[in-house]
Design a protein around this ligand. Structure first.
Ligand code: NAP
Ligand code: GDD
Length: 329
């Protein structure tokens, strides 16, 4: 009997890779999508004949209950969220509704309909914020630095609380930054790979960025979604850090990306204070030892491989655009 999985956030970066992976494992995959006047299906267009899409919204408890009743899943991957950190200062209340109470709505819906459904919650390294220890592990205290980080801490603890209160199989993956050619254009890796491609092809003559000294632990999304699945295949539920164990400054990401296109980054990159944040997370570096030893998880793509893959993908995409759209940020 094949298993059934619901993925909330199936139209996002991680949802698209996870849907592909679960289909390969023989799953029936149901994607939860919110209504929009202009459907945002570009990341899953190639999967539309193999997955089912069902309407529901993190803001609407009844829609989630109905979805679980209709689909009767074995696993629920809660990837849907407002995921762009700067936007969380613009919409702190809505961010909390999605990323905090949205998680409670999913957990409570599962509890009411079928508490045996296994649930994955997308927690974030942004919860460590002003880091209390280096590297960050599962037991490192949190000190979030954005409304997004605060909202994810709530989501993390309410997942743990439903596990402990009701014995539900609910796990959080504390995932460090993971990227791909399907990353949104507003995140720094994709903004850089897209910017390099535009400059190389003559569509732009500069790229405005913010803090070049911030350091992140960056991996490839296609590797990270495998850890989500592994967490739900264990004998008992637990939380895991998923990271590479390496950290790199934004400046190094920029150097690698421009160099890959034979461009001198210092001629094109401008620092624009508009892209600085009210409070910054200066350094993230995760310790994935527990995921490696208990889940058998490892990453395949290294930092340079990730950045060059993204630049190549944006060059290939933009070569065919006569009048390319401008990036969002
Ligand atoms: P993403 O590309 O921004 O995708 C977010 C998804 O959430 C989209 O499918 C979006 O749908 C959906 N969504 C947002 N609000 C919703 C609502 N009210 N109801 C239903 N769906 C809603 O994010 P991602 O990079 O794939 O990340 C997946 C999850 O992992 C997020 O929870 C993120 O916070 C977390 N995370 C990401 C990283 C990372 O580095 N990528 C690291 C740690 C944790 P639309 O298409 O309709 O907008
Ligand atoms: N977005 C952006 N744009 N970031 C910039 C820029 C710029 O022009 N210039 C410098 N940066 C710096 C940011 O200040 C930050 O320190 C770093 O690049 C990474 O920014 P993002 O790519 O926007 O990602 P993030 O780390 O804030 O958040 C991502 O990772 C989290 C996990 O740690 C998101 O995917 C979150 O959803 C995720 O939880």
């Amino acid at each position: 009997m094949s298993k059934t999985a619901v993925i909330s956030g199936v139209t996002g970066q991680d949802g698209s890779y996870l849907a592909e992976f679960l289909l390969d494992q023989g799953y029936r995959v149901v994607g939860m999508v919110r209504r929009s006047s202009a459907p945002n299906l570009w990341r899953i267009e190639h999967l539309l004949d193999r997955i089912e899409l069902r309407p529901a919204d993190l803001l609407d408890q009844l829609s989630i209950v109905r979805l679980i009743e209709d689909v009767q899943p074995d696993e629920f991957y809660n990837l849907a969220a407002m995921s762009f950190v700067p936007a969380s200062w613009d919409t702190p209340l809505l961010t909390g509704e999605f990323n905090s109470q949205g998680v409670t709505r999913v957990l409570e819906s599962i509890r009411q309909v079928n508490p045996k459904v296994r649930m994955y919650q997308a927690s974030s390294s942004e919860m460590y914020g002003k880091v209390r220890a280096v590297p960050q592990r599962e037991d490192t205290p949190f000190h979030p630095r954005s409304p997004y980080g605060v909202s994810k801490v709530f989501g993390h603890y309410i997942t743990m609380n439903y596990r402990e209160s009701y014995g539900m199989f609910a796990c959080s993956g504390i995932l460090f930054n993971h990227e791909s050619p399907r990353r949104g254009l507003e995140f720094v890796t994709r903004k850089v790979s897209d910017g390099v491609a535009r400059i190389k092809l003559g569509f732009a003559d500069s790229l405005a960025l913010g803090n070049l000294d911030a350091r992140r632990d960056w991996g490839f999304a296609g590797d990270y979604i495998k850890a989500m699945w592994l967490m739900l295949q264990q004998d008992s539920p637990d939380d895991f850090v998923v990271a590479t164990g390496e950290t790199h400054p934004v400046r190094e990401l920029v150097q690698i990306a421009f160099q890959h296109a034979d461009l001198d980054w210092e001629k094109f990159v401008k620092v624009d204070p508009r892209f600085l944040r009210p409070a910054e997370v200066d350094l993230l570096i995760g310790d994935p030892t527990k995921a490696r030893t208990e889940l058998g998880w490892h990453r395949d793509v290294d930092f340079k491989g990730l950045i060059t893959m993204m630049v190549d993908a944006d060059l290939a995409r933009l070569e065919h655009h006569a009048v390319p759209a401008q990036p969002l940020a």
